[in-house]
Design a protein around this ligand. Structure first.
Ligand code: FAD
Length: 350
């Protein structure tokens, strides 16, 4: 099946890879001049929602897809992207009991250690009430994934650099989609936060969130695990750490702000005292729906046009499973996409 993919962030990358694996003929269109959330992401993989101490949504199902796809991508592109790293969660007053109780109540055996550690995490980090450890988390070098895959697409003539106007540049009828004198059986929109209120998916309710993140350098800190407490300190390479990230539901642009920078510095000061220099600040827009679930599928009245979007703040864990849902629907129209992510939820009764 000849498939056109619009957008090469995380969603477009994972989908394109999976379709190639299955032998599909694909073309990807991407405008590299626009911001990509995927190039701004911290890259934290965390199977737990700390506020409620629950598993991330559907994690038992998502995690195997995430691991397998990561492994296959690493092999295909000859590059390591995922660095499994324990996550150390600094506990607040009274949280110790909560941690151990939720371990059993919420079936977290696969993901957290029930024991609380009271030995200092680091000479530079305050943890008066101890900390708990999460397994199966880590750092994902999403920027390298997107750029390596882009290079692969370019080398193989599968990428078109263009900002496409979907309503004008695509011609669709019931059997096919035409673009640039080529015909495709399917076009899949993976446009991240650029798809707000656009035809043909104008019923989807988005609630995108702006996020900002710092990269710091600290030869002194020298910590190998991820630390979280109202923010994350994520070790990447060469004594550098990603620190963040902020959430803003109201925003007017995608620029970095002093407000976000100060917020991160303030939170960092509350838990850690070590010398560092800020080497980068970045901002991006997380593509998020009103119910914080991905949006996947094809419209009943326009079955050639599909969507894979709304990956939100846990895009890395969600993307492989979400792409699999879409592909199963492509291959078998009777396949029932998980109702919580099916685009049909926005079109019921319409
Ligand atoms: C600050 C920040 C921190 C984050 N941290 C994490 C994290 O730690 N862990 C995690 O799992 N997730 C994190 N995320 C979320 C993650 O980045 C997103 O879920 C994911 O990257 C979304 O990917 P996407 O492909 O849907 O969108 P994008 O990466 O935005 O890609 C969309 C692409 O579509 C292209 N496009 C759109 N319209 C057109 C058009 N008309 N023509 C051509 N091209 C078009 C754009 O140019 C872009 O390249 C974070 C996000 C931010 C902003």
């Amino acid at each position: 099946m000849k498939t056109l993919i619009i957008g090469q962030g995380l969603a477009g990358t994972i989908l394109a890879f999976k379709l190639l694996q299955k032998g599909y003929s694909i073309t990807v269109i991407d405008d590299n001049n626009q911001q990509k959330a995927s190039l701004k992401a911290g890259g934290m993989v965390n199977p737990i929602v700390f506020r409620r101490m629950t598993k991330s949504w559907l994690i038992d199902g998502l995690y195997p897809d995430f691991l397998q796809t990561t492994h296959e991508l690493e092999k295909f592109l000859g590059h390591q992207f995922f660095y499994p790293t324990p996550i150390q969660r600094i506990l607040g007053a009274g949280e110790e009991l909560f941690w151990t109780r939720k371990y059993t109540e919420n079936g977290l055996e696969k993901y957290i250690d029930p024991r609380i550690s009271h030995t200092p995490i680091s000479p530079y980090i305050e943890s008066p009430y101890g900390y708990g450890t999460v397994h199966n988390g880590g750092w994902y070098d999403i920027q390298s994934l997107v750029s390596s895959f882009r290079q692969y697409l370019e080398t193989n003539g599968l990428l078109i650099h263009k900002n496409i106007d979907i309503s004008k540049d695509l011609k669709t009828d019931s059997n096919e989609v035409r673009f640039n004198n080529q015909t495709y059986q399917k076009v899949i929109l993976c446009q991240g936060s650029f798809s707000s209120n656009q035809q043909p998916f104008n019923q989807i309710k988005y609630k995108h969130t702006k996020g900002e993140i710092l990269t710091i350098n600290s030869p002194v800190f020298n910590h190998k695990e991820i630390i979280t407490k109202n923010l994350f300190i994520l070790p990447i390479h060469n004594q550098k750490y990603k620190v963040g990230s902020t959430y803003a539901w109201e925003y007017t642009d995608t620029n970095i702000t002093n407000e976000a920078k100060n917020e991160i510095i303030k939170k960092l000061k509350k838990i850690g005292r070590f010398p560092y220099s800020i080497i980068n600040q970045e901002a991006g827009i997380r593509p998020t729906t009103h119910d914080r679930r991905p949006v996947i599928g094809f419209l009943k009245n326009q079955p050639n046009i599909g969507i894979l979007n709304g990956l939100g703040s846990k895009g890395l864990l969600l993307a492989p499973w979400s792409a699999n849902q879409l592909i199963q629907k492509m291959e078998n129209n009777n396949f029932q996409i998980h109702p919580e992510v099916d685009v049909e939820r926005y079109y019921k009764g319409k």
